[in-house]
Design a protein around this ligand. Structure first.
Ligand code: FUL
Length: 692
């Protein structure tokens, strides 16, 4: 009996001792992500599709009065879209159920402005149903873009519209299965059709939609759904302040929960933020969101898409990549090819983690190796991690690769369920017996990937230099990724000289002027060359060491600008708007709106359109939003040939292209009526004409 008692005591002692050995998991540091946010973060990349009446009118934003009869995508096939997304490695699709024009891709019972009154499938079509079915078939998640701004609705701006908006949201969130994300664009109020009123309606986007109750409705109908909102109330994900496809190199998944979000916080997050709001990088595979035939040669190439990958997922963000749908209802073959090759390039880049078979050792470990040792960072298990004592915020982890190993990428992940911590880190490599720093960066978060020229090293050291709390690292990867050359940029100055250049180091260029595809046997570029008048220049970068070529860069130049003159302007700097260089800008500042820019083309031409590139610095004033365009043969009698808005120019300052019926013109006049600041400045990076 006594023996049994002693055995019991010893057993209890051993049990207590072993459980004491298990070190406590670190406490959370600041805000942490919700399960819904974790799910979307781990999806990493997903697609947008933009399809609406704009697709048929070549517009970016419809006014709200476009004819529903235009909508007839005779080959429409959501299965094609889903297949492409799947093959490109994207995990879901967010579809523009309703864009700003108010046209609905589903037969909403609350409006007549929808597919039910369009010729497509004799009014029996439902694009959201087809998208939902296709997503199911291809194992993708479905998301919904429902524009808060509705330029068709007669009630927009009145309280009644909020009921309408919520009714539509309810239809979308109850009839199509699980929805992973709803997307509320920030463009709100302004000119519109509004049921025939044709007026300007302004709302306060922070209060008008009563977001609190709208969010409650979403949470009730779709508890697993995340909310993206750039329109006045913080959602689960945030806009990154640009549509060009990059979040800040420093990127905290934190924001303050209330108040307006300054641009810096959108782009970089806020280290001291009191809410978890992760960054979603939204951009299009083409310059614009909707399909425009003149962008068929402007589809992002694989190197551009890879840059996008490193500037979004590689910087602790998710990637939302848009596909514009063509009028026939399909994704264009170039977009398809580039997206699928991009998916393959990502797979190839991260196929072999050279760190996984290595030995890892850390300068400090929380408790014992078994629980929080360095090996936990390279064990391919996202739920285990290397952690240090609570008091530590400077620490190193060394990976011994055993032999000289070539690599050019370093990937690191924090265990963000316990908060985002690291403020600064560096990576060193042991090359020929000497340690050298190969990269240095700030935040990590869910995932950070650094690119650098290839090194051949036997060991790699990851140093946390500064951290908000003790670092917790769930994964480290070392990769030898393929390098892709970017297509070169081609520009032409006013006197007709063409220059070709790139940001890549080392390549040479080959080009053609006859429309044929350039190869390493085409004309070798040795410096700017003369190619005035209408011409197509196609060029490639070629790296003779790697024996690799870039995709083809292509520019279609119009008539010669050699004899163009700016009428009534004495400022020499004004020629910046004709110099072919998108980074040089000229502003007219000392006038009152409307502000005219008159150009003498030197001779009569059959003009059928014009191009306007705004200042590429979106903070600058002078970015024209409302315009008129006139032509004349004598600088006395003017004819108005085009007028309207440069939609979305603030968030996406692209080259604006407007076409009209051909007309004889020697003089052109671009009249600025409004700019993004509402002041009296008109700025121009480039102005050009399109001729027959
Ligand atoms: C913008 C919108 O105004 C664009 O048309 C597009 O839908 C984009 C995703 O968001 O701000």
């Amino acid at each position: 009996m006594r023996d049994k008692f002693f055995l019991g005591v010893i057993f209890t002692f051993v049990l207590t001792a072993t459980s004491c050995v298990k070190t406590k998991v670190p406490a959370a540091c600041g805000p942490t992500p919700s399960e819904n946010q974790m799910r979307v973060q781990e999806m990493e990349s997903y697609a947008f599709v933009h399809f609406s009446l704009n697709t048929y009118t070549d517009q970016s934003w419809g006014f709200g009065n476009e004819d529903v009869n235009l909508f007839n995508p005779e080959k429409s096939d959501c299965r094609q879209w889903a297949r492409i997304c799947k093959e490109a490695g994207l995990k879901g699709v967010i579809i523009t159920a309703k864009h700003h024009c108010g046209f609905c891709l589903w037969p909403s019972k609350y409006t007549e402005y929808s597919v039910k009154n369009a010729p497509w499938k004799d009014g029996n079509g439902d694009m959201i149903r087809e998208m939902a079915d296709a997503c199911k078939e291809y194992g993708l998640k479905l998301g919904i873009y429902l524009s808060p701004w509705d330029r068709n609705s007669a009630d927009y701006g009145k309280p009644e519209y909020i009921t309408y908006f919520r009714n539509q949201l309810t239809e979308l969130l109850t009839n199509y299965g699980e929805i992973f994300e709803v997307w509320f664009d920030g463009a709100n109020g302004g000119d519109g059709y509004y049921g025939g009123a044709n007026e300007t309606r302004k709302i306060d986007r922070t209060t008008y939609y009563d977001w609190k109750n709208t969010y409650a409705l979403i949470h009730k109908l779709q508890p697993n759904c995340v909310i993206w909102n750039d329109g006045g109330d913080r959602g689960d994900l945030r806009w990154v302040g640009t549509e060009e496809g990059s979040v800040g190199e420093t990127n905290w998944s934190l924001l303050n929960a209330t108040g307006d979000v300054p641009w810096n916080n959108l782009h970089f997050g806020l280290e001291t933020g009191n809410a978890w709001v992760l960054a979603e990088v939204n951009t299009s595979i083409r310059p614009e969101w909707f399909y425009h035939p003149n962008e068929d040669n402007k589809v992002k190439t694989v190197p551009q898409l890879m840059d996008l990958y490193y500037h979004s997922i590689g910087r602790n963000g998710t990637l939302l990549l848009n596909f514009p749908i063509m009028p026939n209802g399909l994704i264009h073959p170039t977009d398809e090819k580039n997206a699928i090759e991009f998916g393959q390039a990502v797979k190839e880049s991260f196929a072999v983690n050279l760190a996984q078979k290595a030995k890892a050792e850390a300068s400090n470990i929380r408790g014992n190796e078994k629980d929080f040792g360095a090996a936990k960072a390279i064990d391919d298990d996202k739920d285990t991690y290397w952690a240090t004592d609570d008091s530590v915020n400077i620490a190193s982890l060394t990976i011994d690769l055993g032999k000289p190993t070539l690599f050019n990428r370093f990937l690191v992940q924090e265990y963000i369920r316990l908060g985002q911590r690291v403020k600064a880190f560096s990576v060193e490599a042991l090359v020929d017996g000497n340690w050298k720093e190969i990269a240095r960066a700030t935040t990590i978060g869910y995932k950070r990937i650094l690119r650098f020229p290839a090194v051949n090293a036997t060991q790699v050291r990851f140093n946390v230099i500064d951290s908000k709390c003790s670092p917790i690292i769930s994964s480290i990867g070392i990769y030898d990724a393929p390098v892709f050359l970017n297509a070169p940029a081609i520009v032409r100055n006013q006197s007709g000289k063409v220059s070709i250049n790139t940001n890549d180091i080392g390549p040479i260029f080959y080009y053609t002027l006859d429309g044929s595809e350039p190869t390493a046997n085409s004309i070798k570029y040795t410096g700017p060359f003369a190619a005035d008048g209408k011409v197509v220049v196609k060029a490639i970068s070629y790296d003779p060491t790697l024996r690799k070529s870039s995709p083809v860069g292509e520019e279609k130049f119009g008539i010669s600008k050699n004899n163009w003159k700016l009428v009534g302007i004495s400022d020499d700097k004004a020629t910046a708007l004709l110099d072919g260089d998108p980074s040089s800008v000229w502003h007219q500042r000392d006038l009152k709106m409307p502000i005219d820019l008159v150009i003498d083309l030197g001779s009569n031409n059959s003009v059928c359109g014009f191009k306007y590139l705004p200042d590429q610095n979106k903070w600058s004033s002078g970015i024209i939003t409302t315009y008129q365009f006139f032509v004349s043969t004598n600088n006395i009698n003017w004819k108005l040939v085009s007028e309207g808005e440069f939609s979305n120019i603030k968030n996406n300052p692209l080259m604006q292209i407007k076409s009209f019926a051909p007309v004889k013109a020697r003089y052109i006049k671009l009249r600025a009526l409004k700019n993004t600041y509402g002041d009296d400045v008109a700025g121009y990076a480039e102005v050009d004409v399109i001729t027959e």
